[in-house]
Design a protein. Structure first.
Length: 180
């Protein structure tokens, strides 16, 4: 018998001072049985940090090979941003770079290891792809506070992330890396 996804709700107060984005978000996020809490939290943070009109979680979820976990479409439904999470392989990044105007990767893993697997591979517009990393202990600590219903405050200032998750305050720098 297959396990079902667990539905989490996130009531988010988003204040991205760097981009001038201030929004209240009501997110419903399905956590696939094979998905770790750390991956799901990174996916939610990527959504918040990339928030713009047209952003959505992919329909296929984390198991989709045709779409990233988070994407942005314009009003004509054209894919404008491919937002991946974790440690996607080079073929997936290459496909995303050809399909969308912009590719971004958010990882809760060691960025040195994530980047080390990619340079020898052929990736379309590799120099334009940004990789952002969170301190793994920050993600682990925050994931411990996840509940089925979450009240979240996300503030970004000078690429520093302040997170209040269910009354627990944490913060970390958002490190930027390039593929080439």
């Amino acid at each position: 018998m297959a396990l079902n996804a667990t539905l989490h709700t996130f009531n988010v107060q988003l204040s991205d001072i760097d981009r001038g984005v201030y929004e209240e978000l009501d997110l419903r996020v399905a956590q696939h049985p094979s998905e770790t809490a750390e991956y799901m939290l990174t996916r939610v943070l990527a959504y918040c940090l990339e928030y713009e009109e047209g952003i959505a979680f992919s329909v296929g979820g984390v198991s989709s090979t045709d779409e990233p976990p988070v994407l942005v479409r314009d009003l004509t439904m054209r894919l404008t941003a491919w937002i991946d999470v974790g440690a996607p392989d080079a073929a997936r990044i290459h496909r995303g770079s050809k399909a969308a105007d912009r590719v971004v990767i958010y990882t809760h893993r060691d960025p040195v290891k994530v980047l080390a697997q990619l340079p020898a591979k052929r990736i379309h517009h590799a120099g334009e792809i940004r990789v952002y990393s969170f301190d793994p202990t920050f993600i682990e600590d925050a994931a411990a506070f996840l509940q089925r219903r979450n009240t979240v405050s996300v503030s970004i200032s000078e690429r520093h992330l302040y997170l209040d998750l269910n009354g627990n305050a944490l913060s970390t720098d958002i490190e930027e890396h390039r593929l080439s």
